[in-house]
Design a protein around this ligand. Structure first.
Ligand code: ZN
Length: 498
């Protein structure tokens, strides 16, 4: 490729990253500290900036350069890979007629309000016609793309490149086979004591513990910053500037802690990417599943472990001498790992969580192959909760209306949550062969674990596919057995099952 063209391409990457940085910073600000009164003015300017970004992203001159670069075997392999990703992104956008694209965006805005109203009034019938419209419009939008994949496969591939219904069917069948009986055994076992987690824990004290926890996590103020929000999330703003959020509950000592460990996991994934990719598409995470694998690895495999609390429990106890005076470290670790089938996905424990995802996956598949209708979908939902989790769903707001995803047109996203947990198990298994994870955690060396992840996963951004990274980091392709073995082993011991 000519030098001049390459320079134009690099300049385009720079311009694009400037808009992205501005929009990320405004988004973080809006979701944490910005006064609501400024919303209308801010939204209008953000829409303008997004429009500018759209125009830059689809500049015909640059798209022609990208098109040439993506097939140029003499080009730098990183540049070539980036061009392939940019090209796909642009083509997926440009194939949709502009008026239909705008109408779809309007439908999404409207759908959010209708979903919220339906949830508040606890009435699925309010949302059903909109859900039907969302499905039809989504089908129409996807029909413009040229692809050999079936419709739902295309959606799955958007969130987890390379995954298909055939692969997910296999994955979820294995989960079903081994987890349904395990959950039944755990539910029938003697319950573990965990009431002490829900005593009165003043938020001011929780924040003082949080300062110590962030130090333990090596979440460095040089590149990281934490604030509060309603639904915790992570935002990468620019090089050496990664923001995380949490939410404090006065009657729950563990919620803010585990959400922080989770979000810091996302932050490490973003921050530890090789700086040579910063501002480029290659600095993004590989996929939703891979991102979630990193946050869940931190939350579940580290943050809920005995070794983690061997170091941190005495500190927590120091801040809450009355509330935790009668609790031993072992009791505490058992309590934060309690499993009990429940209605709401975001509050589910590690063992029952994948069943919530399985239910959504089966429903989405049915909605897009026409075997399940949106009319009375709440009843289908409730039957599946009884079948897989053994519980009765008393209302729609904690049932079918609990998640925002469908109102945002995100079909095919849910399965990545379960996949991420399974990826994490395979990474941890490989990591334990190379470093002493427990020793690192109980001696205050969390960074040893983060460095392993950086070396094996984070530094590559999305330079490689999930499958390639799994093989590079663990020596073998994805194998769900690591996840199922881990859950069986953990819960058999925890509940003293036979
Ligand atoms: Zn997450």
């Amino acid at each position: 490729m000519e030098k001049k063209k390459l320079a134009e391409y690099k300049d385009w990457i720079f311009r694009r990253s400037a808009y992205q940085m501005a929009l990320s910073a405004i988004n973080f600000d809006q979701q944490t500290i910005a006064p609501i009164g400024g919303n209308a003015y801010r939204d209008a300017r953000c829409a303008f900036l997004s429009g500018e970004l759209f125009d830059i992203t689809t500049e015909p001159k640059i798209l022609a350069i990208i098109d040439e670069l993506k097939d140029d075997e003499t080009a730098d392999p990183d540049d070539r890979k980036a061009a392939q990703l940019y090209s796909k992104q642009a083509n997926d956008l440009l194939c949709i007629p502009k008026d239909e694209y705008v109408a779809y965006q309007n439908l999404l805005n409207e759908a959010y309000g209708i979903w919220l109203k339906a949830k508040q009034q606890d009435d699925y019938a309010i949302f059903a016609p909109t859900l039907q419209k969302l499905i039809e419009t989504t089908k129409q939008i996807y029909s413009y793309r040229t692809s050999d994949l079936s419709l739902y496969d295309r959606m799955l591939d958007d969130y987890e490149p390379g995954m298909t219904m055939a692969k997910y069917d296999d994955f979820f069948n294995k989960l079903k086979e081994r987890l349904v009986p395990l959950i039944a055994k755990v539910t029938a076992a003697e319950p573990l004591k965990c009431d002490f987690l829900y005593r009165e824990y003043p938020v001011e004290q929780q924040k003082r513990f949080m300062d110590e926890l962030l130090k333990y996590l090596h979440f460095d103020p040089e590149w990281g910053y934490q604030n509060e929000t309603e639904h915790p999330f992570t935002d990468w703003i620019c090089e050496n500037d990664c923001r995380i959020t949490t939410k404090y509950l006065p009657n729950n000592v563990i919620s803010a802690v585990l959400s922080t460990v989770h979000e810091a996991g996302h932050a490490y994934y973003e921050h530890d990417c090789d700086p040579k990719y910063d501002g480029m598409i290659l600095s993004d995470g590989i996929s939703s599943g891979m991102h979630e694998s990193q946050s869940r690895l931190c939350e579940n495999y580290l943050g809920r472990s005995k070794a983690f609390w061997e170091y941190n429990f005495p500190i927590l106890q120091k801040y809450f001498p009355e509330q935790l005076g009668d609790v031993t470290p072992d009791m505490f670790v058992d309590a934060i790992n309690v499993s009990e089938p429940s209605l709401v996905r975001t509050e589910a424990d590690e063992l029952t969580y994948p069943m919530h995802i399985l239910i959504r996956y089966e429903i989405e598949k049915g909605l897009f192959d026409g075997t399940i209708a949106t009319d009375h979908l709440d009843e289908v939902w409730n039957v599946k909760y009884k079948e897989y989790l053994g519980i009765d769903v008393p209302n729609a707001k904690d049932g079918i209306l609990q998640d925002v995803h469908w109102s945002g047109g995100s079909f095919g996203y849910f399965p990545t949550y379960a996949l991420g947990s399974a990826f994490a198990a395979q990474f941890v298994h490989a990591m334990r062969k190379e470093i002493d994870v427990d020793e690192a955690l109980c001696s205050g060396h969390y960074e040893i674990v983060m460095n392993w992840l950086k070396e094996k996963i984070h530094r590559y951004g999305c330079r490689y596919t999930a499958e390639e990274v799994l093989v590079m980091a663990t020596g073998e392709p994805f194998n769900v057995d690591y996840y199922l073995d881990y859950l069986e082993d953990k819960y058999t011991k925890l509940y003293h099952l036979k």
